[in-house]
Write a protein that binds this ligand. Structure first.
Ligand SMILES: *Cc1c(COP(=O)(O)O)cnc(C)c1O
Length: 420
């Protein structure tokens, strides 16, 4: 359910025509629907209403501070994976007591920053990290609240790049070694054990992998308690999938019902870290067709957005629906939509039947609200796109388009090269 709909032949975001926005703000352009974002958050949060829980939106899906703020206003916490994301969350106004910090490679400065910010807990991914946190906490004279991120070795049956809960993935501590690790953690002077954490992957379309992981987590919580280790929080990560094409992921209500069934008797506060399911279908990327060409029966539609703006198709072979911003009476053709980047892997659509777009047409690349802008880069020295947040008939620029000046920010030519 989202608020990108046609009125007549024109695609709208809430009450504003996309064409109007593209004319005014130029392309490539990310457009987010506030109504959709809020609705997705509320549906997800309410699904867990009957148990004590905290939703921590995963900032890496979309870390624009306006997007974070919109969710924080609804009561959301934030799941961060770097000092930079922690900075963004705090700048957006997040309550530090609702921030969890995951990630396999936390630097000492980042750990210190999180300790000084009094976050809810660190999700710790290795025994060396546990020691590093203990050391930093000692230096800061704080007790570091931690959960251990366990790797439950379940197959989320998703794309290999976004599977994280298999033994072969780099994430977490082997669940079979985790009891030992908890016993070690208990002995560390500056560590306070708060919970158990896991995150098995992303774009998961079935309940089974979640339930397999949960059952293993449940057993672990019970085992820890029998050792006298207090577990207050059970963080089950994110990962619920969305519809990009024809996928039929479980509705958040179904997901919540199944999860609650497993944890109801555990007496833990549940932490959830959804990203994609909240933001994915709340945003689109709008691009303009620069040129079209045909070679040996292959059709190429060259647009002004590339893999530097939206990496997912190139990186994961992901499907994004493409819609005309204005419907016209055109035949359909099998074509590739490609960007301006000098890489053959720079495509948004591969060999798909689509309307035969012409020069100057605007195309909407749907479901780009998560892992869109956050994965964008300046490759080929392309300034990053601007981002708009639409609420009803109000459109706000939440990120200005980068300029060429921004591209060389921080770069200097050393003196010795200037002598020539
Ligand atoms: C990426 C990530 C999430 C969010 O995953 P989604 O599939 O977007 O819901 C949650 N937790 C952690 C630790 C992550 O790395």
């Amino acid at each position: 359910m989202n608020y990108f709909n046609y009125r007549g032949d024109d695609l709208y975001c809430e009450d504003i025509s996309i064409e109007e926005l593209a004319e005014e703000h130029e392309t490539p352009l990310y457009i987010y629907s506030f109504g959709t974002l809020r609705r997705h958050y509320q549906v997800f949060d309410r699904a867990f209403a009957e148990v004590p829980h905290l939703v921590c939106f995963s900032a890496k899906a979309n870390s624009n501070i306006a997007i974070l703020r919109a969710l924080i206003n609804e009561g959301s916490g934030v799941d961060v994976v770097s000092g930079g994301e922690l900075y963004r969350a705090l700048k957006a106004g997040a309550d530090p007591r609702k921030i969890v910090y995951s990630g396999v490679g936390k630097r000492p400065e980042e750990i210190r920053y999180a300790l000084e910010s009094d976050i809810l807990m660190f999700n710790v991914e290795s025994s060396q990290e546990l020691e590093a946190i203990n050391d930093e906490a000692g230096a800061t004279r704080k007790k570091a609240p931690v959960a251990l991120r366990v790797n439950p070795d379940v197959d989320p049956r998703t794309h290999p790049h976004i599977s994280t809960g298999l033994k072969e993935n780099k994430f977490g501590i082997d669940i079979d070694a985790s009891l030992e690790e908890y016993l070690r953690a208990r002995e560390l002077e500056n560590i306070e054990i708060k919970g158990v954490d896991c995150h098995i992957g992303s774009q998961i379309l079935e309940l089974m992998p979640f339930l397999d992981a949960l059952r293993r987590l449940r057993d672990l919580v019970k085992c820890l308690r029998s050792e006298g280790i207090e577990i207050q929080y059970l963080d089950i990560g994110g990962g619920l999938g969305i519809t990009y094409d024809r996928e039929e992921p479980p509705h958040p209500d179904e997901y919540a019902k199944a999860v609650i069934e497993e944890v109801r008797d555990l007496d833990c506060t549940l932490i959830l870290e959804p990203g994609r399911v909240i933001a994915g279908n709340a945003g689109i990327l709008v691009a303009r067709v620069l040129f079209t060409k045909e070679r040996d029966g292959r059709n190429f539609i060259i647009v002004d957005a590339g893999m530097n703006d939206l990496l997912r198709p190139s990186f994961y072979g992901s499907y994004h629906q493409v819609l005309p911003v204005r419907k016209r009476k055109r035949e359909t053709i099998v074509a590739n939509i490609v960007g301006p980047i000098c890489e053959s892997g720079d495509f948004l659509v591969k060999n798909r039947e689509i309307p035969s777009f012409k020069r100057g047409d605007l195309v909407a690349i749907m479901s780009a609200g998560a892992y869109g802008f956050t994965m964008s880069s300046n490759y080929n020295s392309r300034p990053r796109a601007s981002e708009l947040l639409v609420s009803g008939s109000l459109a706000s620029v939440i990120k200005e388009r980068e300029t060429w000046d921004d591209l060389t920010k921080g770069e200097t030519i050393p003196e010795f090269l200037m002598r020539y």
